[in-house]
Design a protein around this ligand. Sequence first.
Ligand SMILES: [Zn+2]
Ligand SMILES: [Zn+2]
Length: 346
Amino acid sequence: MRAIVLPGFGGPGVFSCEEVERPRPAADQMLVKVAACGVCGHDLLNRAGHFPHTKLPAVMGHEIAGTVIETGTLVTRFKPGDRVAVIQRLPCGLCSLCRAGRENLCVSGPGFYGEEVSGGYGEYVVASERNATLVPASIPLKVAAVLSCAIGTGFHALRRAALQLNDAVVITGASGGVGIHTVKLARLLGLRTIAISSSESKVERLRSAGATDIIVSPDMNFHQKVRAMTGGEGADAVIEIAGKPTFGSSVRSLRAGGRMVIVGNVDPGSVPLNPAMSILKELDFIGSAHATLADLKKVIDLVARGDIEPEIAAFLPMEKAAEAHAAMEDRSTSGRVVLTYQGSDG
Ligand SMILES: [Zn+2]
Ligand SMILES: [Zn+2]
């Protein structure tokens, strides 16, 4: 099959277009012809070498939708011709996490697309009944590709935040691919949404996504404004999508008893945390990883009903993977960039 291959870690220019062996599905897997694959901030970090467990040469990409081509003998719920989207990981289905519906955390299965498993920058991937779901005809596959990550990640994080109607939530990195959809979901949930953005140019977009308040904070110092907007109390939760650059101000934005849901870390590394503050204010720190299959199914329902509209900055042919990475790296895009395979169902 054709694939955009990462031969070694480096800048956007390292990709090469090659013929590689097509992944072979096991008895409980199916072969999926990739229609489209979203480009994620996670991909940029992986390409640059921040996930050293990635097996090189790698075929990256975990935001995948396509058509089932063949099914293993143990697959009963899908058939050739089915249009499917998958979650980011191929889980085992047997471990205690998988059985608890937390297959996003499974480390016993084949693994994460683009790291342990050949990903969607290739023409074919393997998938299973445990990580794939049908895409209704009303959603094009090139849109379905981003639903697990660009929308499902925020969906999962808001579920972890367990907020109530009219609670105040701060969303950092709000104008990025995950952030903008998290703002839309927060609006759907009836939350008071305070979006943090580093640039004035993103304000209009955040407002039309449904943000109640927008704080433009190039210096990533926004907690005083959050407190002023919440009657001096602070927010009920922060959805921390930016990570290290915003973390300090995010913690200070929380009210006593507030929850910090950590979803992203654009600039890998550690953050300082004063234990006294989390003790005295009884702050909850909650991690949130990707999305589960249940999350993806619910996101597909929301999109099919028109309750949330996916924001996609550009569709590019797969051969332009390097260009997509370069554009995302200098933040010249708003929303997801999706790579498509020509001839695949839209
Ligand atoms: Zn992603
Ligand atoms: Zn498992």
